[in-house]
Design a protein around this ligand. Structure first.
Ligand code: GAP
Length: 448
């Protein structure tokens, strides 16, 4: 985290500049749901693209897929979610507020899911001191009905993780791609959890997006591949500019492990509320494939030509939340500095993540400047996400672009009319260079 960032400042910036809005705000909002505005959706797409590029495009052992959100409900019996995907909940008898008992008790970190969390020892409400109810287990899956009849037979669930859509397609993908192990299947998509206490802005939501890989390996090689993915994923964050001092890897204690995991590492970020999970990298063993084979009656095995045996692969699962990453990247990029007696707010976002790559700014709305400025913009926008801004002073427009992390501004001034050149201004250093319009695209590409 930047020392200057707070959750309040980030929420305010996100709202003011169109990154993130409260969902259905005009009706008073709805807890745990958020909407992404014009800049937010760009940033989110850039995060997802950077992930996909690193884990699918640039590798020969991972393929992608996109499964449906609503699945046959037996999936959730097989996966264990119907039985164990629950958190202990307590209510205050006085103020009626609801809490996760494991968080009150401090049994597990606020970022973790207490699938098997212990009952809370805390008996008083942290807000008003009122008496708390006994903890009750609360299943986090959202329920719905498929078709017109609302009964048990038509009950279905919104997926609480994208992972199961991969496990149930394992055989399809193995057959259609004819790939050998190790084989990864990657997916990005929405997940839903009826969290008891959503909060910390977009850190814990009820609707969020996950980027997950199920990496199928031969049993016995799982630990080595687990280490590989921990390193890969940790380096991905640093490669996108996250400050090393704000990211760490932590191996979970045995009592923190989910019901399916033999071993899990978390990549954690130093948020204002403390070190919290960005991504979990679990060794899920053969738990899921065996369970789905048992419940579906289908063979979910791999024929190992080397040993001549059918085996059930083990799975290493790097699983990250897009919304949480977006918050961490913003936190990390946020900076304030004094420039000529004024505070400049900058998002020092990595250029691959920046929502707008180039802003085109005519010095003024003078009628002689507008045509060449529009022409420059027409060229630039074909290459990159860009903005044209001619409102207010040039200084204020630079500040506006700094605040949303735009790496480069291109300024068209009266000299442009003579020398057919423009000024490129760099966000972090504020350095300016003059380049001919004819060479502008190359000059921008070099810098981006
Ligand atoms: N398939 C494994 C799995 O879902 P998880 O640790 O429960 O594991 C993985 O979730 C990631 O999804 C987390 O590291 C986090 O980034 C994100 N995530 C989980 N619950 C979330 C929530 N309620 N809001 C936002 N992101 C969440």
């Amino acid at each position: 985290m930047s020392t200057k960032a707070t959750v309040e400042k980030l929420v305010s910036l996100c709202k003011r500049r169109g990154f993130v809005f409260q969902s259905s705000e005009i009706y008073g909002g709805i807890g745990g749901f958020w909407d992404y505005g014009p800049l937010g959706v760009e940033l989110k797409n850039n995060i997802k693209q950077a992930w996909w590029k690193a884990v699918v495009q640039e590798r020969d052992d991972v393929v992608g897929q996109d499964a449906a959100i609503v699945m046959n409900p037996t999936v959730w019996r097989a996966s264990g979610h119907l039985d164990t995907f629950a958190d202990p909940m307590v209510d205050c008898k006085e103020c009626k507020k609801r809490f996760r008992a494991d968080e009150l008790a401090g049994a597990v970190p606020a970022s973790a899911h207490g699938h098997e969390a212990e009952a809370a020892k805390v008996t008083r409400c942290p807000e008003c001191g009122g008496e708390l109810t006994e903890p009750r287990m609360f299943n986090l899956m959202f329920r719905t009905y498929v078709g017109p009849v609302e009964d048990d037979a038509s009950t279905a669930y919104l997926r609480p993780e994208t992972a199961q859509g991969i496990f149930v397609n394992f055989a399809n993908i193995l057959t259609t791609t004819r790939k050998k192990l190790p084989l990864g299947i990657a997916q990005i998509g929405k997940a839903f959890r009826n969290e008891i206490t959503p909060g910390n802005f977009i850190f814990r939501d009820r609707e969020f997006e996950q980027m997950e890989i199920e990496y199928f390996v031969k049993p016995g090689t799982d630990e080595q591949w687990h280490q590989h993915w921990v390193e890969e994923r940790y380096n991905w964050y640093l490669g996108l500019g996250m400050r090393k001092e704000n990211v760490r890897v932590r191996q979970l204690d045995s009592e923190e492990l989910a019901h399916y995991a033999k071993d899990t590492y978390e990549i954690e970020y130093l948020f204002p509320m403390g070190w919290s999970e960005l991504e979990g990298i679990a060794n899920r063993t053969d738990f899921d494939l065996r369970r789905h084979a048992e419940f579906s009656g289908r063979e979910l095995e791999y024929f190992d030509e080397e040993s001549g045996e059918h085996i059930v692969p083990y799975v290493i699962e790097p699983s990250a939340g897009v919304d949480r990453l977006l918050m961490a990247f913003l936190m990390d990029a946020y900076d304030e500095e004094e420039v000529r007696g004024e505070t400049r707010v900058i998002l020092r976002l990595h250029k691959d993540l920046a929502p707008i790559k180039v802003a085109v700014l005519p010095l003024s709305r003078n009628e002689k400047l507008v045509p060449p400025a529009r022409e420059v913009w027409a060229t630039v926008r074909k290459q990159w996400m860009s903005q044209y801004d001619d409102a207010q002073s040039i200084g204020r427009r630079y500040r506006r672009q700094d605040e949303v992390g735009t790496p480069l501004c291109v300024t068209i001034d009266f000299d442009t009319l003579e020398d057919k050149a423009v000024t490129i201004r760099e966000r972090d250093s504020m350095e300016q260079v003059r380049v001919p319009i004819a060479g502008l695209v190359d000059a921008l590409r070099e810098r981006l």
